[in-house]
Design a binder for this molecule. Structure first.
Ligand code: ASP
Length: 320
């Protein structure tokens, strides 16, 4: 019997990558002294209530997401693409650490062109905590992935649903650690019901090429530098002095305010640009794009945060 037939639940695939949601602490009262990435994705799913929807689980990685790297991104993107291409798969859930979740979300958003949902889910407390937040977030992810019409790369945390383009971790401790800045959440999950407040962030038509990314072993190196009081050009000049094999091909500068940059740092960045290093300008402000304000020697990455601009520039330099 075809799983696509009406009334038959379609499969949800859950890909595990580690994080605090899979974390374990020696003391259940300790929400901070734990090790991330201990429980397997199957163990996480065992805490879900019995459900009509068939689940398939796969462990793609088992890491603390602070250590995220291209190899895991690539494996994850390929597994997502594989499962999203199956007719009987409704969507994919990715369990992930909170620290670099917005980067993984953006990476997947730029590479996956599917009109199905990919939901990243995390937790701020380890699985062994007295009151863990992971199981509820996972239930919310299940509700979201099964919502008719939901699509694009989404993040669910503490009942709020964010789009990959806008989401960022904005709190170090609160269970509701993520925000979407000016854009606001895409939806809310309330008692298992999804209340959508704006359009689903389905894949952009100018998405990058997963086929190209699948063929490479490393993305071109792009570093991030920060403008601040007393900044100078020494870090940039040290980068330029690196051997060609490790010298960055790109630099993203997190400027102050509307992308302004200390003049000493700017001079070094202009030198980098003159030496064929791509330099993109962003802001270290949590919210707001870098808006055009007269002539500037460095192009602005508009609404992209420094970490997302870095991903975009790496993909561009890779020809993806
Ligand atoms: N360091 C952890 C991680 O990103 C933090 C978390 O998941 O909340 O994997």
């Amino acid at each position: 019997m075809s799983l696509k037939k009406e009334g038959v639940a379609r499969r949800v695939v859950v890909l595990g990558t580690g994080g605090t949601i899979a974390g374990s602490a020696p003391n259940a009262r300790d929400n901070l002294g734990y090790r991330a990435a201990c429980l397997t994705v199957e163990e996480l799913l065992a805490h879900l209530p019995p459900d009509a929807c068939p689940l398939h689980a796969e462990q793609v990685a088992q890491i603390d997401s602070k250590d995220m790297e291209f190899g895991v991104w690539k494996a994850l993107a390929l597994r997502c693409a594989h499962w999203l291409a199956q007719d009987d798969v409704q969507g994919v859930i990715v369990t992930h650490g909170t620290d670099t979740l917005e980067e993984t979300a953006y990476f997947l958003h730029r590479l996956l062109a599917w009109r199905k949902p990919v939901v990243l889910v995390s937790a701020m407390r380890p699985a062994t905590a007295l009151a863990p937040d992971g199981p509820q977030n996972l239930r919310d992810a299940m509700a979201l992935v099964r919502t008719p019409g939901a699509c694009g790369v989404l993040v669910v945390c503490a009942g709020r649903v964010h789009g990959a383009q806008d989401v960022r971790k904005e709190h170090t401790y609160r269970l509701d650690a993520f925000g979407s800045g000016d854009a606001g959440p895409v939806a809310y999950v309330e008692e298992g019901a999804v209340r959508q407040v704006r359009g689903w962030p389905c894949a952009a038509p100018d998405g990058r090429s997963l086929e190209r990314v699948a063929r490479i072993t490393e993305l071109p190196r792009v570093d991030i530098v920060l403008s601040h009081a007393g900044a100078d050009g020494r870090i940039v000049r040290a980068l330029l002095a690196q051997a060609p094999s490790v010298r960055p091909q790109g630099v993203v500068v997190a400027g102050t305010g509307n992308g302004s940059i200390h003049s000493a740092l700017l001079a070094a960045l202009e030198q980098a640009q003159a030496e064929n290093v791509r330099v993109w300008r962003t802001t270290r402000c949590a919210y707001g794009p870098v808006l055009p304000a007269g002539e500037h020697p460095l192009p602005a990455a508009r609404e992209l945060s420094p970490v997302k601009a870095r991903i975009e520039l790496m993909l561009e330099l890779a020809g993806a």
